[in-house]
Write a protein that binds this ligand. Sequence first.
Ligand code: ADE
Length: 237
Amino acid sequence: MPLRVDILTLFPEMFGPVLGGSILRRAADKGLADYHLTNIRDYATDAHKSVDDKPFGGGPGMVMMAPVVCDAVADVEPKDARPATRILLTPQGRLFDQQLAQELSHHPRLLLIAGHYEGFDERIIEGLRPLELSIGDYVLTGGELPAMVVVDAVVRLLPGALGAEEGAADETFADGLLEHPQYTRPRDFRGSAVPDVLLSGNHAAIAKWRLEQRKERTRQRRPDLWKTIVERNDAKI
Ligand code: ADE
């Protein structure tokens, strides 16, 4: 069964180029994932098709209305018998990372809710109990880009989504380390040569060099990641 991905958004047209291109498209073509877009505005009930309103208590911006979002979810969920993992994109959420992407890639169905405006009426969160996810400590204009980030990170992990050359097994974050430097032709570029070891044909030496580079990079650039690895006392390190 393909991973079913439902996306509820006010801007379904934003997703076309992302879901319809490259690896995400290929995953759908291979039957690994299927994407279903729902326009939240279709569930608005008043003449103006309102989906948001001013916050009670005052303040700037607009708030997504509970009935519209909850009705949309109630209508979409029964379209497939498999239970959906509900995900709401918000800067208030848990930070999305590779480990969570791995975990979500084993779920049968994801339902992502992308909001716009200042935020969601709290009763949406109380009613749906979604997994609230943030893609980073910055504020975007809406949850659409974060939803695309989550879908991209998850779908590329589905077995068969990446070709052999693009394998996800030993890349950055799979084991917590950053990636080693990479080189391709030409061997010499503006006086900077490819490290000899990579041209040596000595696979053991290359693997050793790469692991050293990965450790050094992680130590220098991401002391936070390095600390967790050391604490975990990973046998490989
Ligand atoms: N909506 C707006 N900013 C966001 C962020 N950083 N992560 C998830 N959803 C968001």
